[in-house]
Design a protein around this ligand. Structure first.
Ligand SMILES: Nc1ncnc2c1ncn2[C@@H]1O[C@H](COP(=O)(O)OP(=O)(O)OP(=O)(O)O)[C@@H](O)[C@H]1O
Length: 678
């Protein structure tokens, strides 16, 4: 696949380099960048245009009638570490803010004022101004990476560096280019960590005398992260604006309380016995997922308290979810039909026949079966064989999906219903699946609240977006799947009965591979073909493959083929090339089978089982049970000498061991395995 191309438009080439470095840092080398400073650039080949925003470049360079690539205007952040250099300037210092456009100069002055530097006397300056300000009496020039534009005569220059792309822009890029956000958390945490040092200074001050340096406070308030300081006795002595808003408490309320009343979930107590910051951790507060990091503050060996920095990452998760949704073209199209389901065994043929009949109806299907048996494959095939085949097939997997995400995913939302909500709102999966099939995968993992919401939609056949007030009728067919035992979950109140009966109108159980071992061969052939692998198996290997239980079913079989294609030299796979875990399992299993066969041959299997049960219950690794104690525990009437013979046979089968010095008899690991099988 072609690497995506971003066309970056900046007035200064140095700003292009700053943007480029950030994009490479976050997305690696597989995004290509082009710049207006390095022509020619074929704009038709470009996947995304990133524009610095503060100039007219866009209109000069891009003809929006012919160029259809999406455009992102860069939001830029300040390097807070560099801002510290401004703290040394005294009140009333005459500063010239130098930019390359008049608009940019005014914007930068405004930003510094908002950051609390309004006690400085700042004059905007740019060469394109009609009337240039007088510069001779200036004490210092401040600039963001444009030191070369500072007019002669100003002696001191504070260069705060180019303002790089902020997080929201990076997320926008990821979304537009369908890039993975695996670095997202790392990226946010790096960003957060930038504040730690400033936070530490501030915390020390705050604890000493509640005196908060006003500049630092302003900087902290401008941070997108929540920052609080909890002193050594658990009182909150500092809270920035963002923290107040995320936690939904005012500064005043926070100062008067112990942290446990407000943020009991935060790992604060850990601070007192550590030196280093904690790993980032997710906690849930008021239904929001917060990524927290805690930093203990110790000054001259005295523990002063901890700074906790946190971010509401619900919106990040939402973006991630959206990218996942967009990425899989399978998201809306079913790729598989019954013809793609391999296997000729009676069990599978019967299951396929049932599923085809189910496809002819519009009732809900609940597919059960172990992991990797092909439940999703069946769901897609049913959709393809149904009258809804020309409609969408939309899948949602509840495993690992937080409640808030699941809710906005399923129901969609209206603009402005939460931080990070997209402009114009968004359609939920129920709406997206209109006139098609909605596949609820791993339904056993849906929370109680989500179960209730799904039930309501199924009953009322309509949805309402989060934050909305319009009822939207939906016409969808539901197929759900799970590898959990929903009956047991219902007994423990983990799954709603009323929802179960709604979903289970047509139950379809996919048999495990070990129940239809005849299918193993056709699946192996299929996977070899699918991945263009040529491989033969020795007869010993074939024997073991057939004997193996395949707990991970077809998925494990596919992974097995992959494994062999990498590890086998040449084209022949023999026992040596078997994955270690499988080998272990087979060896353990063969000795279990051998032991059972041995006991069977000696007759009286139920008595052996009973003896093993008593030993399993009463013997420990170090202490066995003597015959005299064992005999009364056994229900089957046995004489002492009969018991002795039976124990001898169990010993020969290696299911028990007998101590040398009257330590009695105890069960072995093999004995426990045998017991499981009997
Ligand atoms: N009978 C089959 N023929 C061909 N491929 C199969 C068959 N059964 C499973 N597979 C393949 O095995 C993999 C797992 O299948 P699928 O995702 O449908 O399983 P699942 O039961 O939904 O698993 P989970 O419960 O873990 O989500 C897929 O790559 C699928 O294409």
């Amino acid at each position: 696949m072609k690497n995506p191309v971003i066309f970056v438009m900046t007035k200064e080439v140095s700003l292009y380099y700053t943007f480029r470095d950030k994009v490479k840092e976050i997305f690696g080398n597989h995004i290509q960048l082009r710049s207006n400073h390095f022509p020619p650039v074929d704009l038709k080949e470009v996947d995304l245009i990133l524009w610095s925003g503060a100039d007219e470049l866009y209109h000069d360079l891009v003809d929006s009638n012919t160029i259809k690539a999406p455009v992102i205007t860069a939001n830029r952040t300040v390097d807070f570490n560099k801002l510290e250099r401004l703290f040394q300037l005294k009140q009333g210092t005459r500063c010239l803010l130098v930019s390359n456009t008049e608009e940019g100069a005014y914007e930068s002055v405004d930003l510094l004022n908002r950051l609390g530097f309004d006690y400085l006397d700042i004059t905007p300056f740019s060469n394109d101004m009609e009337v240039l300000p007088e510069v001779t009496n200036m004490d210092v020039a401040i600039t963001y990476g444009l030191a070369h534009l500072v007019p002669d005569g100003v002696k001191q220059i504070i260069d705060l560096g180019n303002r790089s792309l902020d997080l929201s822009t990076l997320f926008e890029i990821a979304k537009e280019l369908n890039q993975d956000l695996e670095h997202a958390n790392h990226m946010t945490m790096d960003y957060v960590k930038n504040f730690v040092r400033i936070g530490k200074e501030l915390a020390a001050l705050a604890d000493e005398q509640r005196y908060i340096n006003s500049q630092l406070e302003a900087v902290l308030d401008a941070a997108q992260e929540g920052i609080i300081f909890v002193n050594s006795v658990g009182k909150i002595t500092l809270i920035n604006d963002q923290a107040s808003s995320i936690l939904g408490i005012s500064e005043k309320e926070a100062y008067s309380q112990h942290y446990t009343d407000i943020i009991p979930a935060f790992p604060i107590e850990e601070g007192s016995n550590r030196v280093q910051e904690t790993q980032e951790r997710m906690v849930r507060v008021n239904g929001r997922d917060l990524l927290t990091i805690l930093n203990p503050i110790t000054v001259s060996d005295k523990f002063l308290g901890s700074v906790v920095i946190f971010q509401d990452i619900s919106h990040v998760q939402r973006l991630e979810q959206e990218i996942r949704r967009r990425k899989s073209d399978a998201g809306l199209i079913a790729r598989y039909t019954f013809g793609d389901i391999m296997g000729m065994s009676d069990r599978l043929t019967e299951t396929k026949k049932m599923a085809k009949r189910m496809a002819g109806t519009d009732l809900s299907v609940l597919i059960t079966g172990e992991s990797g048996t092909g439940k999703e494959l069946f769901a897609q095939a049913i959709h393809q064989a149904s009258s809804r085949r020309n409609g969408p097939f939309v899948a949602v997997n509840f495993a690992g999906l937080t409640e808030s995400i699941a809710e906005s995913e399923l129901f969609g939302y209206e603009e402005g219903s939460f931080t990070g909500a997209r402009k114009g709102g968004r359609m939920g999966l129920f709406e997206l699946a209109q006139h098609g099939t909605l596949f609820l995968d791993e339904i056993g993992d849906a929370s109680e609240k989500i179960q209730a919401s799904i039930l309501r939609v199924l009953q009322e056949k309509q949805v309402m977006r989060v934050g909305g007030n319009k009822v939207i009728p939906v016409d969808i067919r539901i197929i759900a799947a799970t590898n959990k035992n929903l009956n047991r979950m219902m007994e423990n109140k983990g799954f709603r009965e009323d929802l179960f009966y709604r979903l289970n109108q047509l139950p379809l159980r996919i048999p495990a591979l070990r129940e239809r071992k005849e299918d193993i061969h056709s699946l192996i052939e299929y996977f070899l073909r699918k991945h263009s692998i040529t491989m033969n198996f020795t007869s010993k290997m074939v024997e073991e493959i057939e004997r193996y239980n395949w707990p991970g079913n077809a998925r494990e079989l596919e992974a097995f083929i992959h494994y062999l294609s990498v590890t086998v030299e040449g084209n022949e796979a023999d026992l040596d090339s078997m994955p270690p875990q499988m080998k272990e399992e087979l060896l353990g299993e063969s000795s279990t089978n051998r032991a059972i066969q041995y006991l069977e041959k000696k007759g009286d299997l139920p008595v052996y089982k009973e003896i093993l049960e008593c030993l399993a219950l009463h013997s420990t690794v170090n202490r066995g049970i003597g015959r005299a104690a064992l005999l009364p525990m056994i229900q089957t009437p046995l004489s002492d000498s009969q018991l002795r013979t039976k124990l001898q046979i169990l010993k020969e089968s290696k299911c028990v061991v007998t101590g040398v010095k009257k330590q009695g008899t105890r069960i072995t690991n093999l004995g426990l395995k045998v017991l499981e099988e009997l």
